[in-house]
Design a protein. Structure first.
Length: 190
């Protein structure tokens, strides 16, 4: 994804260029959907949230500060909407042993090593699934920082800015989430 043209696309959006709006949506739709699905765990809710995120982004684009990275600003909007949605829904973490067949179909590897043998591919898929389940089992305030850090590659500072949290809180949450994941991994049978 070339971010060098982003300021120009945003400038065009601000002047009402519909093609530029579509370019931003195409550029970030999958990433926003991925974050929403990981947080909300329901395909329909994630799709609704993606639409709402882009509607809010377009309405607030005149307030976007070009000094901030655009993806961090966009994920701020998406993560706040996810958190608001979860608060309204009062979701409880699901058990690691529960699986939703429809949701499992949604999770596919984006890049697969063509050199892997079928048995290696199966083990890899199984490990990916266990990792997803472990991350999904985290409380929402830990899950969002892990997703933003490790899936969206945002810096600690960008996460703190996006979630309006002190930098120390973000670092502490990521540290605690990793400790929880480590404990859960060590507690699992191999």
């Amino acid at each position: 994804m070339d971010s060098g043209d982003e300021p120009e696309i945003i400038r065009r959006c601000r002047s009402g260029d519909e093609k530029a709006y579509r370019e931003l949506i195409q550029r970030y739709q999958r990433q926003v959907y991925s974050v929403a699905l990981r947080m909300l765990r329901r395909h329909e809710d994630a799709e609704d949230l993606v639409q709402e995120t882009f509607v809010r982004m377009f309405k607030a684009l005149d307030r976007y500060d070009p000094e901030r990275p655009f993806p961090a600003w966009l994920f701020t909007i998406a993560s706040r909407l996810c958190i608001d949605h979860l608060r309204r829904r009062k979701v409880r973490p699901i058990s690691l042993t529960q699986h939703d067949a429809e949701e499992n179909e949604e999770w596919t590897l984006e890049v697969e090593d063509p050199g892997l043998k079928p048995d290696e591919t199966a083990v890899h898929h199984e490990e990916e699934g266990r990792t997803r389940d472990l991350i999904d089992s985290l409380p929402e305030h830990y899950r969002i920082v892990v997703i933003m850090r490790h899936q969206q590659d945002l810096s600690y500072e960008e996460i703190a800015d996006a979630l309006h949290l002190p930098l120390g809180t973000v670092k502490a949450r990521i540290h605690r989430a990793r400790a929880l994941l480590k404990d859960r991994i060590e507690g699992q049978p191999s």
